[in-house]
Design a protein around this ligand. Structure first.
Ligand code: NCD
Length: 306
């Protein structure tokens, strides 16, 4: 079903297709031998024009655990992009060496453009402040595993909702599930972009925007904390003024539900105090591990080895 398909934004896969990925990821989590050698002989190209730790390493770990191999670069300085090569040419080259491409690029729309030039599937690992669909698969799998369901929950998004691509992708994906409520917590300057608001309105999603994390805390089932995206700011002064708008600490956690889960795509800077790590409701490190399982499921599916 997913064989040969690209993943550029969460809407590319149906709910049923995402469900099949979650089931597969859960199967791999239970039995790490499952699909072990299924991608032997296959190559994954990782083209990272922007920094990454989890996304790149989890894709590489996923491919290696499936028995496949990886090649690529982790910064544009070490690729021919630094000599002025166009993205279209870089992608055509990579596609002639590898069976699938994972790409992160600072420009919105870069992954879509790459997929138009690539004869092999392209997976978007983040295009500027736009989308990050495999983080969304990670987030949804984590919610499903820890809460037992995705429908009927209240999700609070906190921090940089303007530039945070993980927020845009997750909000858009959640809007397709039944009875979802969303609370967007940010300073006015970092509020959700209009185009995401319009998608939520069109789908009649119940949502509110607020500046107060304390007020929102008691109503939330999933708190999605995010880093203020320094690299997307036009000036450093604005970043410095806004960077510590929200810091989740023990006192704020005391206002939350007993069954709350706290997610964060990571890296964290200052927005979750380390004392929160000990709280059983802190799920961000578990979330990073689910990311590897769901990427294994995704690679096996689009490479058609199932
Ligand atoms: C996120 C990203 O790159 O958008 N990181 C990740 O992939 N886990 C979040 C961030 O950088 O703040």
């Amino acid at each position: 079903m997913l064989k040969g398909r690209s993943l550029i934004e969460p809407g590319n896969f149906s709910l049923q297709e995402m469900d099949s990925l979650f089931l597969l990821a859960e199967k791999i989590e239970k039995d790490e031998q499952y699909l072990r050698e299924s991608c032997r002989g296959k190559l994954l190209a990782t083209l990272f024009f922007e920094p990454s730790t989890r996304t790149r390493l989890s894709f590489e770990a996923a491919m290696l655990r499936l028995g496949g191999s990886c090649l690529g670069f982790a910064e544009p300085g070490s690729s021919s992009a630094s000599k002025g090569e166009s993205l279209a040419d870089t992608v055509r080259m990579a596609a002639s060496y590898a069976d699938t491409i994972v790409m992160r690029n600072p420009k919105e729309g870069a992954a879509l453009l790459a997929s138009r030039y690539s004869p092999v599937p392209v997976i978007n690992a983040g295009d500027g402040g736009h989308h990050h669909p495999t983080q969304t698969l990670t987030d949804l799998l984590t919610i499903r595993r820890l809460l037992g369901k995705i429908s009927g929950i209240t999700v609070g998004f906190c921090g940089d909702l303007k530039f945070g691509r993980t927020v845009h992708s997750l909000a858009k994906a959640l809007a397709r599930y039944e009875k979802i409520r969303m609370t967007f917590i940010s300073p006015p300057e970092l509020a959700l972009p209009e185009y995401i608001i319009r998608i939520l309105q069109k789908q009649n999603i119940e949502f509110e925007e607020t500046g107060s994390l304390e007020d929102a805390m008691p109503r939330i089932d999933v708190l999605y904390m995010t880093r203020v995206q320094r690299e997307r700011f036009f000036n450093e002064e604005d970043y410095i003024r806004l960077k510590d708008s929200y810091v989740l600490n023990r006192e704020k956690m005391d206002l939350g539900k007993k069954e709350l889960i706290v997610l964060h795509p990571l890296p964290r800077v200052n927005e979750i105090s380390v004392e929160v790590d000990q709280d059983p409701r802190a799920a961000y490190f578990a979330q990073a591990k689910y990311g590897m399982y769901v990427r294994m499921a995704l690679l096996a599916s689009i490479l058609g080895v199932l």
